[in-house]
Ligand binder design. Structure first.
Ligand SMILES: NC(=O)c1ccc[n+]([C@@H]2O[C@H](COP(=O)([O-])OP(=O)(O)OC[C@H]3O[C@@H](n4cnc5c(N)ncnc54)[C@H](OP(=O)(O)O)[C@@H]3O)[C@@H](O)[C@H]2O)c1
Length: 347
């Protein structure tokens, strides 16, 4: 194919404020790898936190680097030993962070076949699809690993039959929290969540049975009353600024578990409540990865999967600089920032 532009958003130094576009040569593929023509890419907190070197986040592997975790696009080429995909397939995938050519903020990127899922032909747009990978994988893998979420049989009904058990998601309007609400609902739980009131309907659209305002000073008592005496499982999708301490107070059983996604403070666990860090568990445990991606594929193809609300910022890849500023200023609420590659100046 001629006329291709290989353009990447490049980080040349730590704490760089404005990232710029640079061209690169078409990369070669190793066994099991796919070259994707990105159509839409989505922003995650780790993208800007790594650039800014926010404590608690791993440094970028090297400079120059190309950031970006989540993508939706079309398979352009497949490498040796790829069996499940062929050129033209609509897919979503996630970065492996192996080299700068494996980052999402560029026009073509390399992904691994194992972390890639086909998007159904009509029901999910590239923009909506790009919001799924990191948020959903983090949420579903954490629920399975830390809170023993049973994966519903994929040949049975979705959502699974209600199991009468409550589960609380702290931060249900965050990208991860929204997908945690949905995964818990698909597994049959009664789901409680917290959010700001303007996001209550959004969190309910993911399946939450009741949503509570986390700004309310009495929120933990309200959740306890609503959940009765059976709440032992909490997924803390925020894991900072006091969310975990509040989440612990909501547990109404004798002992319980809280899944956290940022490293907890030393001594955060109590004699009766265990804190479990879940982070990147899907990538370390093939059993969990298979369960998480299988559930996603089935829900997508049955058209019962609900994606984060996508807010498309203008200017394509160059819009990422504006998105990072919004995130730095805490101005992302109940939506995922998304960029259309075709809107990048010079494409
Ligand atoms: N370990 C991992 O593998 C992993 C993976 C993904 C994300 N993360 C981390 O998880 C966190 C969330 O990521 P994300 O992409 O889901 O973020 P996000 O969507 O950008 O989070 C924004 C949302 O957080 C909510 N929020 C903020 N403070 C809250 C609080 N104290 N209680 C309840 N809700 C609160 C806001 O709710 P309202 O607007 O409704 O108030 C807002 O909707 C980030 O710190 C990220 O770095 C870790």
């Amino acid at each position: 194919m001629s006329g291709l532009k290989f353009l990447a958003l490049v980080i040349r130094e730590p704490k760089q404020k404005v990232l710029t576009l640079e061209s690169y040569k078409e990369p070669s593929l190793e066994p099991g790898e796919i070259l994707v023509q990105n159509v839409a890419v989505a922003q995650n907190p780790i993208d800007w936190k790594q650039v800014d070197q926010v404590p608690g986040n791993p440094p970028l592997p090297s400079y120059p680097w190309t950031d970006g975790v989540d993508l939706a696009g079309v398979v352009y080429k497949v490498g040796p030993k790829v069996t499940k995909f062929r050129p033209g397939d609509r897919i979503i995938s996630i970065t492996s962070r192996k080299t700068p050519r494996h980052g999402a903020y560029q026009t073509y990127m390399i992904v691994s076949e194992d972390n890639t899922v086909k998007l159904p032909s009509n029901s999910v747009s590239f923009e909506a699809g790009s919001t799924i990978p990191l948020g959903y994988i983090t949420a579903a893998a954490g629920l399975i690993d830390a809170l023993d979420l049973p994966v519903p049989p994929l040949d049975g009904p979705l959502p699974a039959k209600p199991n009468g058990e409550p589960l609380l998601v702290w931060g249900g309007s965050s990208s991860v929290g929204f997908y945690a609400v949905q995964a818990a609902k698909l597994a049959g739980f009664t789901v409680f969540a917290t959010a700001s009131p303007h996001n209550f309907d959004y969190v309910k659209s993911a399946g939450a049975d009741q949503v509570f305002d986390y700004h309310d000073s009495d929120v933990t008592n309200r959740i306890r009353s609503a959940a009765g005496n059976k709440l032992s499982k909490v997924y803390d999708a925020i894991s900072e600024n006091g969310s975990t301490e509040s989440a612990v107070k909501c547990i109404t059983t004798r002992s319980g578990r809280v899944a956290v996604i940022l490293v907890p403070k030393p001594g955060a666990s109590t004699p009766t409540v265990k804190m479990i860090m879940t982070g990147s568990v899907a990538f370390q445990n093939p059993r969990i990865a298979k369960a998480v991606l299988g559930l996603l594929e089935t829900a997508l193809h049955r058209d019962v999967f609900i994606t984060n609300r996508a807010k498309v910022l203008p200017k394509g890849l160059l819009g990422v600089n504006d998105g990072f500023e919004l995130a730095r200023n805490n101005e992302v609420s109940g939506e995922k920032l998304v960029y259309r590659i075709s809107e990048t100046p010079g494409i």
